[in-house]
Design a protein around this ligand. Structure first.
Ligand SMILES: [Zn+2]
Ligand SMILES: [Zn+2]
Length: 336
């Protein structure tokens, strides 16, 4: 039997009764009156391999109840695989759902892929101008720690977005500082000598960089990406929370740099176009590969899992180096 807990219950029930199996089944049902009937019915079908009896989709609440039951009756391994299709359908669904319940369900069912996906979605739902997303309410003792980790994850994502934007904007701010203003073909802080100028003509300031910077900053403002004051005006009708981490990441991914021709730049220009392009591309790439939520194997390892995780994600460099050092040492020992 897939569940040691059911096994024990049935064994006791049979010992108490020498009549029919149905009696022991009835005694078993009576002994778990607090369990949800629908969830128990589905779990029983899964454990009896009655896949034809399983619904195509189930509401988040029911999936959560099944997860709790699978945990309670210690049959997560047997129940887990059958639940993947329901996670998948919920993930594809456009309905507004309680994401935290699904994160919990994925955690309880040890479902690594959808744990990463739904925890990322939860982080994406965090409002950008309320600095911290409040800690979700755990429904089991097993998920208290998880709730804290997830709230922390949303807070980190929020901070990272601000830092990323500042880094991207920085090349555009430089040409406006007095330190970098310059006359055409003259280094910053230097003024053209009178003999280098045509008769009666005043010296001309170089505007290549500041024109480019103005264009880029304007484009970011038009796209409601920057400055952060535009986030307050953005109405995310889906959740009424204004700009969220997810909606801003989407806007940044879709942002296209406006055309700007800087062939007229002199050798003292700062190269705003190159700087802005590089930072934009770096940020879009880092956002694309980043795991915004949590990795189940890393959570279970209490930090960063040193081995391979079921959900592929980048890990902090220091851990990668340490892990390869450990592997190298092990390989060396084996060779000796
Ligand atoms: Zn210049
Ligand atoms: Zn991991």
């Amino acid at each position: 039997m897939a569940s040691p807990v059911f096994k024990a219950l049935f064994a006791t029930a049979t010992a108490n009764s020498d009549t029919a199996v149905t009696t022991s089944t009835a005694q078993h049902v009576v002994s778990v009156p607090n369990d949800d009937g629908d969830a128990m019915y589905i779990l029983a079908n899964i454990l009896h391999l009655r896949n034809d009896q399983l619904p195509m989709r189930i509401p988040p609440d029911l999936l959560h109840k099944i997860a709790c039951l699978a945990r309670k009756y210690e049959c997560v391994v047997a129940a887990g695989r059958a639940t993947v299709q329901w996670f998948d359908r919920l993930y594809a669904s456009k309905d507004k759902i309680d994401t935290w319940r699904i994160v919990e369900a994925a955690f309880l069912l040890d479902e690594a892929t959808f744990f990463a996906r739904f925890s990322s979605r939860w982080v994406f739902e965090a409002s950008l101008y309320a600095h911290v997303r409040s800690i979700p309410a755990p429904t089991t003792a097993d998920t208290h720690h998880l709730a804290l980790l997830l709230a922390n994850c949303a807070s980190k994502a929020n901070t990272m977005i601000h830092v990323d934007l500042d880094t991207m904007i920085d090349p555009c701010i430089v040409p406006f500082s007095n330190q970098y203003r310059h006359y055409i073909d003259w280094a910053p802080q230097m003024s053209p000598t009178p003999e280098s100028l045509p008769e009666g003509k005043p010296p001309t300031e170089c505007h290549v960089d500041s024109d480019g910077a103005t264009l880029y900053l304007g484009a970011l403002r038009d796209a409601d990406i920057w400055p952060s004051t535009v986030w307050l005006q953005t109405k995310d009708t889906a959740n009424g929370k204004g700009e969220t981490v997810g909606s801003l990441v989407e806007k940044l991914a879709a942002f296209r740099e406006p055309e700007y021709d800087d062939v007229d730049k002199c050798e003292f220009c700062e190269g705003v176009k190159i700087g802005f392009t590089e930072e934009l591309e770096r940020m879009q790439e880092s956002h694309r590969i980043r795991l915004w939520g949590l990795c189940l194997d890393c959570v279970k390892a209490g930090g960063v899992n040193r081995g391979e995780c079921r959900y592929e994600h980048t890990k902090p460099m220091s851990y990668t180096l340490q892990a390869s050092a450990v592997q190298g040492a092990t390989a060396g020992n084996q060779g000796a």
